[in-house]
Design a protein around this ligand. Structure first.
Ligand SMILES: Nc1ncnc2c1ncn2[C@@H]1O[C@H](COP(=O)(O)OP(=O)(O)OP(=O)(O)O)[C@@H](O)[C@H]1O
Ligand SMILES: [Mg+2]
Length: 360
């Protein structure tokens, strides 16, 4: 995983050689971008001839992935000559289709007002062949936090990413937007390593409060659902519901599994409501007691006992700072200890030689 330590800042003005090199790199990058835009415009022009690929004024270029809510395409906006991601949603409730569609548009509009580097920008919403679609900022990179967690990240790297996610969620909460379906698959990691949250507020617009379809199957991933969501009280679902999900993501990132798992879906949901999570330190002892406390507070059954997303970001930042201070103290300790070890070993060698001579 990319570490985010910035490169050391050069002292003084760059030499003429450095200026030449950076402007050469800049020109090279500009040439590559122009080439890329030309190629994608050509592809989009060709694709636009196929009516099947038209989604409103946009052109679908290729499928990026599918989830419970619909299909996401890499697309092109010919009007603004830019890449976009188009999510075509498949509302599940047949009876209240119009109401759901209206709610979706309303919700997507409120998400469109969110401006944060950690939140995918919503450009447009519309309807194509009676199916609602959302046009979003296209995130280059195609990795998600789920992929990162599967690779068992270092504690510090996971903390950094989840701090970014918590800050993004706090920004949304300040603007009265609740995510409702926060999970690692809904956090994209761009090519620079930045975590960007997607699918804001879409869950409730197309899912029934209990998350159960008519045939009894569950929509979405239940492991990140807060107890109040499982119990199906839509009025109680609010900012703390997202903080619970952040707690479940933290737990999974450090312990390798979500807090409540069982052989059947029903049992998983039952555990979320009725049992306490196994303390994270019993699964990963190198987690500090402070970090364990933070995670367990996020997973509180009572939403009022959970910290706010902003407070959570601050607590995690303090934890990261503590860990880094400890790591540098350990490194300095090892550096200080080394000369002493060498001195003692050297002294013992000299003494041995002298003694050896005397005895001889
Ligand atoms: N804005 C985007 N830019 C680039 N790729 C995206 C974007 N949004 C989604 N994707 C890609 O599309 C895939 C599918 O996303 P989608 O939201 O449909 O699935 P999901 O998150 O797994 O499930 P859910 O429907 O529950 O949200 C993602 O894993 C990601 O790779
Ligand atoms: Mg998603």
């Amino acid at each position: 995983m990319r570490t985010k330590t910035p490169p050391p800042t050069p002292i003084g003005p760059p030499s003429s050689g450095e200026i030449k090199a950076s402007s050469r790199e800049g020109r090279q990058r500009a040439r590559e971008t122009t080439k890329y835009i030309r190629a994608i415009t050509k592809r989009a022009d060709q694709a636009a001839k196929d009516p099947q690929r038209r989604v409103g004024r946009y052109v679908a270029l290729r499928e990026l992935g599918r989830g419970a809510m619909g299909i996401v395409f890499h697309g092109w906006d010919p009007q603004l000559s830019r890449e976009v991601a188009i999510k075509i949603l498949q509302p599940c409730g047949s009876g209240a289709f119009d109401i759901e569609r209206e709610r979706l548009v309303r919700e997507a509009r409120s998400c469109g007002r969110l401006r944060h580097r950690g939140i995918v920008g919503v450009h447009d919403v519309g309807e194509h062949k009676q199916q609602p679609y959302v046009v979003m900022e296209f995130i280059e990179g195609s990795r998600t936090l789920e992929d990162v967690i599967e690779d068992r990240p270092e504690i510090d790297d996971a903390l950094e990413l989840i701090i970014e996610v918590s800050r993004a969620i706090a920004h949304a909460h300040e603007r009265n937007v609740v995510h409702r379906d926060l999970k690692p698959a809904n956090v994209l990691i761009d090519s620079s390593g930045q975590a960007i949250v997607t699918d804001f507020g879409l869950a409730q617009t197309i899912e029934k409060p209990s998350q159960l379809t008519q045939d009894g199957t569950v929509l979405g991933t239940p492991e990140y659902m807060a107890p109040e969501q499982v119990e199906g009280y839509p009025d109680v679902v609010g900012p703390p519901t997202d903080v619970y999900a952040l707690g479940a993501v933290l737990y999974q990132a450090f312990c390798g599994r979500t807090p409540f798992q069982a052989s059947s879906l029903f049992e998983t949901l039952e555990r979320i409501v009725e049992t306490e999570a196994v303390p994270p330190r019993s699964l990963r002892p190198e987690i500090s007691t402070e970090l364990e406390g933070i995670i367990l507070r996020c997973l509180s059954k009572d939403p009022s006992h959970r910290p706010t997303a902003g407070r959570l970001a601050d607590l995690l930042k303090d934890e990261l700072a503590r860990r880094r201070a400890q790591a540098s103290a350990d490194a300095a300790g090892a550096g200080l200890a080394l000369p002493w070890v060498l001195a003692i070993a050297g002294g013992a060698l000299v003494a041995g030689l002298v003694l050896g001579r005397v005895v001889l």
